[in-house]
Ligand binder design. Sequence first.
Ligand code: FUL
Ligand code: CA
Length: 483
Amino acid sequence: MRIISLFLLFLSVTTYAQNAPEPYGALPSKRQLGWHDVEVYGLIHFTPTTFENKEWGFGDADPKTFNPANFDAEQIIAAAKAGGLKGIILVAKHHDGFALWPTKTTDYNITKSPFRNGKGDLVKEVEQAVRKAGLKFGIYCSPWDRNNPLYGTDKYLAIYQAQLKELYGNYGELFMSWHDGANGGDGYYGGAREKRSIDNTTYYDWTNTWGITRKMQPMANIFSDIGLDIRWVGNEDGHAAETNWATFTPMPPKGKNVAVPGQANYPESPEGIRNGKFWMPAECDVPLRKGWFYHPTEKPKSPEMLFDLYLKSVGRGAGLDLGLAPDTRGQLHDDDVLALKTFGEMVKKTFANNLAKNASITASNTRGKGYLVDKLIDNNKETYWASTDNNHTASLEINLKSPKTFDIVSLQEYIPLGQRVEAYNIEILENNSWKKIYDGTSIGAKRLIKFDQPLTTKKVKINITQSPVCITLSEIGLYKKSL
Ligand code: FUL
Ligand code: CA
């Protein structure tokens, strides 16, 4: 009797599609899932500040200084695409206040420059090149404006909001709206040349300002240092902490009751917060060169270094936002083009061949039809293996059939159902016994584990040792770094 019922249970589990696991904790929105797909994107800084060889323009540069000898959006975007970037955010207005589009909101804009004889729209040119290349487009419009005479008064917010409306209304669908936290301080302010401080908890009325974003650009992920859709990782070095949760709870600073941009930097930003209230994955922003703007004496990071940052950002479930700095010609320097190209090839070649793709995998537990182990190596992150509801630990044995040499293990959770795994380890079979080679914590959207030395083995085990609920894994990969 017992045997028969066990057999029937086996039959029903393997033959009939099982229910999907219940989601766990804070979940990503559709908009955020779109952002996770992008993984690596760029942030272009190119304003009069480039021509002043500065990082922060004071807001007093003559618009005539904005005079690129040979601006070429397609050159910049082609280089970005070769680097594997899948999105581009353009700084449409930096702290210096110069608008790169023909705005009605301020005279301090591109029509007052010699660019295209005052008839140009650099935002449009970049947007068109980005779309032509099949990339996603986003906008950065600095709230702090060191040129505007009204900055610091109660009249400025309407100007900032009108700028956002122009940008949201005229350049197609945006994947990101990037809101910087740098706020107030000294500036030109229409000639006043003084210091202006604002109360950043109230001045920008973020609730209503971001209401405009939601209404006009529902698919735009709002980035700010304290999050909303995407949180700042807490440094501008391009990496997340080794344990990295996509969930977060923005907390007001001491003595305040709201958390608003410009106040981040609390210790939790790099790691996120386990069981935080919101899905707010981290963006790791870092300039390709030393500065965000082009400076002739600086050099781009090496492809090796970029690859390392990729492992420590995308490979920790975060996004990599790489600063691109066109030079005074209005193009990326040859050194940058080469660094991007080599980095792009490194990522592409390394991850082209999953050495586990023909493996046979056995799981200590499986939910059943629809969630079988074949889903772990079907190169599709929308399909996943899952354990049954009451199995919160599991072991996956990957039989590679013949010895394979790899130095990167890749794991992905099925994040539409939340971030579930809290601890796992990896073992390889060496001289007929299992040897532990790694102990890990968070997985999330993607976890890339890089080993200093290549490992050769016929069998690998992934042991999920801690999870509050049943497990979902959408992909497992073994790779050998190329180049
Ligand atoms: C910072 C700004 O102050 C920098 O100038 C740059 O735009 C960077 C991306 O964000 O906070
Ligand atoms: Ca899959």
